[in-house]
Each structure stands twice: as C-alpha cells, then as structure tokens.
Design a protein around this ligand. Structure first.
Ligand SMILES: C[S@@+](CC[C@H](N)C(=O)[O-])C[C@H]1O[C@@H](n2cnc3c(N)ncnc32)[C@H](O)[C@@H]1O
Length: 244
C-alpha cells in the first residue's frame, strides 16, 4: 500500500494552490469556531500547511493552537505562515504516537489521518492508518490529550471526483472508489498530476474503512462520545467522557 507520506511528498509543493481551488478555508474556520465556542486551546491533528490554523486565528487571534503532522515539508510551509506574535506551535509527530506535554480544550482534524466520507451508501470512517487496532490507539491518544469534556471535531469528506487546474496546463485529478479487497473495505483514492494532459505523477492511496456503526463503537471504546453532526454532514463532534 502506498503510504500517505509518499502522496504528500508528491503534492506538497502545490498543496496550497491545490486546496484553495476546492475548499473555502474561511468557511471551514467559521464552522469550527462555532463549535469551539469560548474554548481556547486547540490541537489540529494532521495540520498540513496550516490553512485551518490560519482561518481560525483570523476569526479569533486569542486561540492557542498546536498542530501535529508526520510530514516535515508541509510543516515547514505551515511555520512560514505565522510569526512570533501568533500563539502557535507545530510538531513533527505521527498521530499513532501522539505525545505532547499538554492537554487541549478541543482537538480537530480536517482531512487528517482519518475522516468520515459521505457516500451514496451512507457515511463511512476512512483512515490512513491500517486496521482497527491502530485507529483505536490513535483515537485513545487524541482523547488523552483532551481536557475532560473536551471536544474532538472530525470532518466528513464528499465522495466526489475532480480535476482541478493548479496552474496553466497543470491539473490535479482525484478519482475515488470504494472497494472490497480480501474481505476488507477500502476507499481507494487515485491521485495524479498531469502536465499538458500527460500524467507526471500518480499515487494510489487505500484508506481503511469502517461502517458508521463500527466507527461509533471504536470512538466510544477510545472514550469519545458522539455529540452531534453538523447540519450539512461536514463535521462530526465527539466529547471526552459522557455527553452533556
Ligand atoms: C489532506 S491533508 C490536510 C491538511 C490540513 N488539515 C488541511 O485541511 O489543509 C492531510 C494531512 O494529514 C497528515 N497525516 C496523514 N497521516 C498522518 C498521521 N498518521 N499522523 C500525522 N499526520 C498525518 C498528512 O501529512 C497531511 O498533512
């Protein structure tokens, strides 16, 4: 299986151009900040180039935000977006071994190591981490880094293909398909970049899948209780401990 690191190596130079075309980060920040309310200390899991951190700080400069990612080139781009006045920190860490000397009011993940995906057949939990055990471990670690009653907010992606022109003649293609391989369910992302219609780089990424019900049990086992789902299905909210 191609790991996500190889994919982000391929995409890191164009990451900001690429995502800006497909996603309104200020809207992502607004939806998140509505859930965050007056909580202040935030952890982004899979922070990438820091676009969500920036959107949140544009809304509320008083947030203290730490981000982790297992991909240094993206973290370097994230660091370059902020100055000393911003209360941000970035750490090179895999969520499977998350270890920070702090607990947070809120952890959130937008397109990070795992996410939900809304398909025509329903909502699935999809993860770069293989197998149930690894996912349980990472969710437990996220829960350990939350204050009691803290929130974990995780996004749900859309099940869609696209071709986005990054710059003249350079196009980012995404094809997504659900597949069953050796009895296990996967979401297969076929990601490529073409230049003048010739594919110059291509990675196929298989994300481990769990049904919504199995994922709910996984989150509960990790100590994360479902609270709500954003009205348009784009974010799922969990709390550490029992729901209020
Ligand atoms: C699609 S990007 C999203 C980045 C950012 N959250 C955003 O919305 O622009 C996914 C990020 O998750 C990171 N990631 C994937 N697996 C990870 C893991 N096991 N531990 C930490 N970060 C991971 C990738 O390196 C990448 O930066």
């Amino acid at each position: 299986m191609i790991n996500s690191s190889a994919t982000y190596d391929m995409l890191s130079d164009d990451y900001d151009d690429m995502v800006d075309k497909t996603r309104d980060y200020s809207q992502v920040g607004k939806v998140l900040s509505d859930f965050i309310g007056d909580r202040r200390t935030l952890l982004e899991v899979g922070v990438g180039t820091g676009l969500v951190v920036k959107a949140l700080l544009d809304i509320n400069p008083n947030y203290e935000i730490w981000g982790i990612d297992n991909h240094q080139p993206l973290l370097d781009q994230a660091k370059a977006k902020f100055d000393a006045a911003d209360n941000v920190q970035f750490h090179l860490q895999d969520v499977l071994n998350l270890s920070l000397p702090k607990t947070f009011d809120v952890a959130y993940s937008r397109g990070g190591a795992s996410m939900f995906i809304n398909t025509p057949d329903g909502c699935w939990f999809a993860s770069h981490l293989s197998g149930r055990e690894n996912n349980l471990k990472s969710l437990k670690l996220i829960a350990e880094h939350l204050e009691d009653g803290g929130l974990f907010i995780i996004n749900a992606d859309r099940y869609r293909n696209y071709d986005n022109e990054l710059k003249e003649g350079v196009v980012h293609h995404r094809r997504i398909e659900q597949q069953t391989i050796d009895g296990e369910d996967y979401m297969v992302f076929d990601l490529s970049i073409s230049h003048n219609q010739k594919v110059v780089n291509r990675q196929v990424l298989k994300l481990f899948l769990l049904s919504y019900q199995d994922a709910k049990e996984l989150f509960m086992e990790a100590g994360l209780t479902p609270v709500s789902i954003e009205a348009d299905g784009s974010f799922h909210i969990y709390t550490k401990g029992a729901a209020q």
